[in-house]
Design a protein around this ligand. Sequence first.
Ligand SMILES: CC(C)(COP(=O)(O)OP(=O)(O)OC[C@H]1O[C@@H](n2cnc3c(N)ncnc32)[C@H](O)[C@@H]1OP(=O)(O)O)[C@@H](O)C(=O)NCCC(=O)NCCS
Length: 170
Amino acid sequence: MALSAPEPLTAEHDVSGFRCGKPALDHWLKTWALSNQEKGFTAVLVVHEQGRVVGYYGLAPTAVAPSILSRSIRTGPPPDPLPCLLLGQLATDLDWAGDGIGTGLLKHALQRCVTAAKLVGGRSLMVNAIDAEAAEFWRRRGFIPSKDDPLILFRSIADIAASLKAVQGA
Ligand SMILES: CC(C)(COP(=O)(O)OP(=O)(O)OC[C@H]1O[C@@H](n2cnc3c(N)ncnc32)[C@H](O)[C@@H]1OP(=O)(O)O)[C@@H](O)C(=O)NCCC(=O)NCCS
């Protein structure tokens, strides 16, 4: 069955059966995603099969204390708080795990961040890893743990833009 391209979550999408193996991310999708999107807290993008959501991510603006970032991302002297973007959620339904949906959603999210940062600023993308396994997933993708929490990681937008450009040019 064909999957949709990533599109904004609406009330028409069926999230009731979503299960990614991390209950907090299932709960967030079923309980908070739509209202957060409608209120403008988070942009939630989903991939679905005939309306049934099989993967999603959530993006929001954020700002952090510069002191938690590595020097290479912080650069000096930065504003305090330092404007960033937050990829707060990324998950694929277990029935579809390992089929490239997570990688595709992440690429879509990174491209959006680069576009958004060009329009309104944002020094870095911040991710909230749900656990140590997820933190490892982010480290393999070039994200650097913050100074005081290994589950909060950052990658500069400039670095993300350069890597997307390199892949597109390849
Ligand atoms: C991480 C996740 C989004 C990957 O989705 P997917 O559609 O299976 O991913 P793909 O098929 O594109 O690629 C598989 C990648 O996911 C990794 N992966 C698979 N299960 C994972 C898990 N439970 N936790 C972390 N990474 C996982 C694989 O190791 C592989 O990464 P690698 O290429 O670096 O080896 C999915 O496993 C998931 O929803 N996990 C639970 C939620 C989670 O940990 N989200 C991460 C951010 S908090």
